[in-house]
Design a binder for this molecule. Structure first.
Ligand code: CA
Length: 235
């Protein structure tokens, strides 16, 4: 019991809440759940969970306000559950510091994979907060950070500085979706409408150079309307 990951689930729809609880408990997670954001905040402070699964549409507080509040005192990973229609809420949630999202309705396999990926990433960050990894590998793609060299099946890929910076950034957050504005801010340091286009052009060149055919997602996934996600090796 003690070495189980503790997950706080904040979800007001009782049948979804019970469903997620049942599935996660069957996968050896310890679940604390509540239907209210305010209770969620106090449970978070008293139980220090390893992860929060948060429904954005809550009756007593907006989910994005919940994230804003949590980030004033905690770095706990947050996985957001949101309806497909609320694209802007999803982007806002990620920009406010949520780690990932799952769109309702979701498959259990997807939810479990997201949970594992977030817990794995936060565990790596806890274990060596100071050490930067030497390289990154996904399928036949390898990035050597020291030399800023990328190879696919041992063939070196010639990227521009900006293209490399984008791939490196995504790889350092592999498994996590990064929003357009997050990427633009980190690569160019500013955000305007024109730079989304610039990012998309760079991305198209990157995918072409990596040899990704349209519709193929070996390395980088386009989360339509939201951002990009580098696959992580163990998904
Ligand atoms: Ca809800």
């Amino acid at each position: 019991m003690n070495n189980k990951y503790k997950i706080l689930l904040v979800e007001d729809e009782l049948n979804i809440c019970n469903f997620i609880r049942t599935v996660l408990e069957a996968n050896s997670y310890h679940i604390i759940d509540t239907q209210k954001a305010v209770t969620g905040l106090s449970l978070l402070k008293s139980h220090c969970p390893n992860l929060v699964i948060l429904d954005l549409g809550l009756p007593d507080m907006d989910g994005t306000d919940f994230i804003r509040e949590v980030r004033t005192f905690s770095n706990v990973p947050i996985l957001v559950l949101s309806a497909r229609s609320n694209e802007n809420d999803k982007i806002l949630a990620l920009d406010l510091g949520a780690n990932d999202y799952v769109t309702k309705p979701f498959g259990i396999g997807e939810l479990l994979a997201r949970v594992r990926a977030i817990l794995r990433t936060s565990r790596i960050q806890e274990l060596d907060a100071d050490s930067v990894p030497q390289n990154f590998t996904i399928n036949d793609l390898t990035i050597v950070y020291d030399t800023r060299k990328i190879t696919v099946a041992d063939q070196e890929i010639k990227l521009t500085q900006t293209e490399y910076n984008i791939v490196e950034l995504l790889s350092l957050h592999a498994g996590k979706v990064m929003t357009y504005s997050e990427i633009i801010h980190k690569i160019w340091g500013y955000s305007d409408f024109g730079s989304i286009k610039k990012l998309q052009v760079n991305m198209a060149n990157i995918r072409k150079k990596l040899g990704e055919k349209p519709g193929e997602n070996k390395y980088i996934l386009n989360e339509l309307g939201v951002g990009y996600r580098m696959n992580s090796a163990n998904d």
